[in-house]
Design a protein around this ligand. Structure first.
Ligand code: CDP
Ligand code: CDP
Length: 203
């Protein structure tokens, strides 16, 4: 069975949480496409050209350790605006999306550019303040020394860069279900997402 669930939206909206739960429930493979840009960003911060880093990216570069820092988030949104970086990562994501057995991919352009034919599209949002608070709790919970104000500034900056770039900007696909999780618990968001998937599964 080929079945793709595309989940897009801004930082800390709850995309990954929903993607992991849907993948677990239906036995689909899961790709967090943000890790591709984060892995390129890490190499760029180490001095490699971002284009070369994207062309040479190896799946083993995606192990999450150390890729979720604020510095890498910010650099990821910069390298993600480079057209050559994005095009070097398209093939891997498309193949993953259409792999046998079903796939969930979360990111910014999955339902619009990577897999416009996805059977299920979700665009998950929440207010910048709610998202910053969620991300701040995560970062401080894992020992990072940062303020809520600094995280909110990063959220605004990345929202702007991701939405305004010329190549594959973050935008909801016309046929995406928009899910504002600002006032939703994780369970409520998962229930809404799962109902949408359930209605589209092949019988
Ligand atoms: O993948 P994305 O950056 O969109 O967000 P995430 O990693 O799924 O969620 C960011 C944080 O918000 C996590 O700590 C989630 O547990 C939390 N969260 C929440 O508090 N309420 C929700 N409805 C969804 C996520
Ligand atoms: O988890 P969070 O939503 O904070 O970030 P992420 O999904 O790991 O993505 C990090 C950065 O990579 C984003 O700010 C985007 O600039 C970029 N990205 C992208 O351009 N396209 C994607 N499909 C996924 C991520």
């Amino acid at each position: 069975m080929i079945f793709t669930v595309a989940i897009d939206g801004p930082a800390a909206a709850g995309k990954g949480t929903i993607a992991r739960a849907i993948a677990g429930r239906y036995g689909f493979a899961h790709l967090d496409s943000g890790l591709l840009y984060r892995a390129v960003a890490r190499k760029a911060l180490d001095g490699m050209s971002a284009e070369d880093a994207a062309r040479g990216l190896d799946p083993s570069d995606l192990s999450e350790a150390g890729l979720r820092t604020a510095a890498i988030s910010s650099e990821a949104s910069r390298v993600a605006a480079i057209p050559e970086v994005r095009s070097a990562l398209v093939h891997f994501q498309r193949a993953f999306a259409r792999s046998e057995g079903g796939a969930v991919i979360d990111g910014r352009d999955i339902g619009t550019v990577i897999c416009p034919e996805a059977e299920v599209k979700l665009f998950v949002t929440a207010s910048p303040e709610v998202r910053a608070e969620r991300r701040w709790k995560e970062l401080t919970g894992s020992g990072a020394d940062t303020t809520l104000d600094a995280v909110l500034a990063d959220v605004h900056e990345r929202d702007r860069r991701d939405a305004e770039r010329a190549t594959s900007p973050m935008i909801a696909a016309e046929d995406a279900l928009q899910l504002d999780t600002s006032a939703m618990s994780i369970d409520e968001a998962l229930a809404a997402a799962a109902a949408h998937v359930e209605a589209r599964l092949p019988r």
